[in-house]
Ligand binder design. Structure first.
Ligand code: NAP
Length: 320
């Protein structure tokens, strides 16, 4: 099969399309014929060798694939050949024509969800669901600011929060991104490149502040976020690419909190809850993964450049 291989950590050019043996499903494993693979920002940090997790070289990137079950190993009962599935992590990497998963990493795809959309589920929706429901414990009637709502995680968070009865504010950096944020359910959208936009957000809350902020770029925004919180507000740090100085008094005076997480550290119980909640939302139509761009697998290097560039509008998907 064809697969993207990384033999050394470095820039996007280290992503090479190669011919490798197709994996075989042993006991408890599922072989998936990949129709689409999701590109996540962490794929680029891992490729650069700067991420907390450094895979042994060579490796094939990607945790989010969608496709059809090609074969299952002994003992697998959850899925059978021909089933449509998406993956939540893999054993052999998603950027390939086939990927091998553990039985628990293969999740059924509702009939209404395309393979492209299926490749936009695990990291984006798993992260958004965990941040809003399991970390922030967001409740109907609260106000959430999705700070960076035009990308994969942000658009998922907007849909989940809207379906749960929160008042949803979202930000983006372009008109196309702002349109997407509103279309996916934000009550109001703000441009995070515009001077004074945080004042506009405060004004939209009547000066009270927001209850929850889901933060995609904490190294830029955390200090300002703390000043936008209502009493007992919570900032959930999802994305961060550097350091920032904050004034802890902004937390003290609001009895507020800022906390972070990584998707890798979720418990089995949290993961099970996420899969059940996300499946229900996909099935009933409240969750609709937004695919922005399809790029051929051979051009994975271009996808890695584009995923870090401004102007997000949904997910970037690789097609084998
Ligand atoms: P993505 O699809 O590339 O989207 C990036 C988002 O950040 C876009 O909405 C972008 O808006 C926005 N952004 C850019 N500049 C911003 C600013 N100054 N303030 C606020 N937002 C800004 O990426 P993603 O998949 O949604 O992931 C978002 C971040 O979360 C990444 O850093 C990723 O590594 C991280 N993440 C962490 C976890 C975890 O486990 N903690 C899991 C998944 C993702 P425009 O392009 O419209 O400007």
């Amino acid at each position: 099969m064809k697969a993207i291989r990384v033999h050394e950590f470095g820039g996007p050019e280290v992503l090479k399309l190669e011919e490798v043996p197709t994996p075989k499903s042993d006991a408890g494993q599922v072989l998936v014929k990949v129709h689409a693979a999701g590109v996540n920002p962490y794929d680029t940090y891992m490729r650069a060798g700067t991420y907390a997790i450094k895979p042994p070289l060579p490796y094939t990137p990607g945790s989010d694939a969608a496709g059809e079950v090609e074969a299952v190993g002994s003992g697998v009962t959850k899925v059978k050949p021909g089933d449509r599935v998406y993956t939540a992590k893999t054993l052999t990497g998603a950027y390939a024509e086939y990927t091998l998963t553990l039985e628990e990493q293969a999740q059924k795809l509702p009939a209404s969800i395309t393979f492209d959309q299926g490749a936009a589920i695990w990291v984006p929706y798993g992260t958004a669901y965990h941040a809003l429901k399991q970390e922030a414990k967001g409740r109907a009637g609260e106000t959430v600011l999705v700070h960076g709502a035009s990308g994969g995680v942000g658009s998922a968070a907007v849909q989940i929060a809207r379906a749960e009865g929160l008042t949803v504010f979202g930000t983006a950096g372009t008109d196309k991104g702002l349109d997407l944020v509103k279309r996916e359910g934000a009550h109001q959208a703000f441009n995070h490149t515009k001077a004074g936009y945080t004042d506009e957000i405060m004004k939209a809350t009547g000066g009270r502040g927001v209850d929850i902020i889901l933060e995609m770029l904490a190294n830029v925004n955390l200090a300002a976020d703390l000043k936008m919180l209502a009493m007992y507000g919570r900032v959930i740090i999802i994305g961060n690419r550097g350091e920032i100085t904050i004034n802890p008094r902004d937390l003290m005076s609001r009895r507020a909190s800022a906390r972070g997480f990584t998707l890798w550290a979720l418990t089995e119980a949290e993961t099970k809850e996420i899969h059940a909640g996300v499946y229900a939302g996909l099935e009933n139509g409240t969750l609709r993964p937004v695919v922005g761009r399809e790029i051929p697998l051979a051009e994975a290097a271009r996808a890695h450049k584009e995923v870090l560039a401004p102007g997000s509008h949904g997910k970037i998907i690789l097609v084998p």
